[in-house]
Design a protein. Structure first.
Length: 278
C-alpha cells in the first residue's frame, strides 16, 4: 500500500472530515478516502491479498495499516459477492426475517453474517452474506461502519438513471471475469444477478438470454455497458447485432462534478457508493 504517497495527499490531522470506503474482493482490496466538502480530495489505492487465505485473515492484515488507525467521519465497507438476494422493501423488517429469505435462496454456510441494505429508490432490500470473522474485525475497529453488497449502490444509481424515457433498460457492470446485470422497466427493478463469464461469446449468450426472457424490445429498449473488460469492442459489436440501442457508459462524463471521476482505475461500484446516500 503506497501509504507515504497517500499521506502526502490527505491531511490526516483532519481525518474526521473524511469518508473512508473499503472494497473487499477475492481478487484484492481497494480503498478511497475523500473529503465530501473538497471535490478534488479523493485518493484511491489498492492492495493485493494472499490468494488461498481466508477473507478474515486478509482483513486482519489490512487493519494493521497506518492509514486505518485514524478516525473518519464515515466508514463504508463494500463487499463484492454473488451471495445476495432481493427482498421487497416492505418485507423482512428484522434480521431473523431477512436471514430466512436469504437462506431460502442460498445454501447455509458456517461463520457467515447476513446483512441487509434498504434501497429507497429501487424499493427493495438487498440481503447478503459476509464472512462473520471479517465483519467482526471491521466492526470492532469501526463500530459505526456501513456495510454494503457491491450491487446495492449500483442498483440505487441505475434506479435513478433508468427513469428517463419510456424504454426498458439493462445495465451491465463488467468486473474482470464477472458480470453484474440489472434490468429495469421505468424505475421498477426486474432483475439483479451476478455471474462468472470468461469468454465474450458466453457473455453475449447470457445477456441475450436475459433480454429475451424479460421480453425486451430489440429496436427500442436499451443496453448500457460499464466497467473494466477486455475485448470491449467485440462484446459491444456482438451485442449490437441483436440490440440496436447499445451504449457504453463513460464515468468521466457521468460524474463530471465529482472528484471520483478523475481516477480512471477506481471500480465503478466504488464510484457509485461514493455518490449514493444509502
Amino acid at each position: 500500500m503506497p501509504e507515504k504517497a497517500i499521506a502526502e495527499r490527505i491531511d490526516f490531522s483532519k481525518s474526521e472530515q473524511y469518508t473512508l470506503s473499503i472494497r473487499l474482493s477475492t481478487d484484492g482490496f481497494s480503498f478511497s478516502i475523500y473529503n465530501p466538502i473538497l471535490d478534488s480530495s479523493l485518493s484511491y489505492f489498492s492492495q493485493e491479498i494472499e490468494s488461498g487465505t481466508s477473507m478474515a485473515a486478509n482483513v486482519k492484515e489490512l487493519l494493521k495499516s497506518d492509514i486505518l488507525q485514524y478516525t473518519y467521519k464515515r466508514v463504508n465497507v463494500l463487499l463484492v459477492t454473488r451471495r445476495f438476494t432481493l427482498i421487497p422493501l416492505e418485507l423482512a423488517e428484522d434480521e431473523e426475517q431477512y436471514r430466512t429469505v436469504f437462506y431460502y435462496n442460498h445454501s447455509m454456510q458456517e461463520n457467515e453474517k447476513v446483512l441487509c441494505n434498504d434501497l429507497r429508490k429501487a424499493y427493495v432490500k438487498v440481503a447478503f452474506g459476509m464472512d462473520k470473522s471479517a465483519w467482526q474485525q471491521l466492526s470492532e475497529r469501526y463500530p459505526a461502519a456501513h456495510f454494503y453488497s457491491q450491487v446495492s449502490p449500483l442498483i440505487e444509481h441505475f434506479a435513478g438513471k433508468c427513469r428517463l424515457g419510456n424504454s426498458k433498460k439493462m445495465y451491465v457492470y463488467v468486473r474482470g471475469n464477472s458480470l453484474d446485470v440489472f434490468c429495469f422497466d421505468r424505475g421498477r427493478l426486474l432483475l439483479a444477478n451476478s455471474f462468472d463469464c470468461k469468454q465474450v461469446d458466453d457473455c453475449i449468450y447470457y445477456l441475450l438470454y436475459v433480454w429475451k426472457q424479460l421480453d425486451y424490445n430489440q429496436e427500442r429498449d436499451e443496453l448500457h455497458l460499464v466497467g473494466f473488460f477486455n475485448d470491449k469492442e467485440k462484446l459491444n459489436s456482438g451485442l449490437k447485432q441483436f440490440v440496436r440501442q447499445g451504449f457504453i457508459i463513460n464515468p468521466k462524463s457521468e460524474f463530471t462534478r465529482q472528484g471520483v471521476a478523475k481516477l480512471e482505475d477506481i471500480p465503478y461500484d466504488l464510484q457509485t457508493l461514493t455518490l449514493c446516500e444509502l
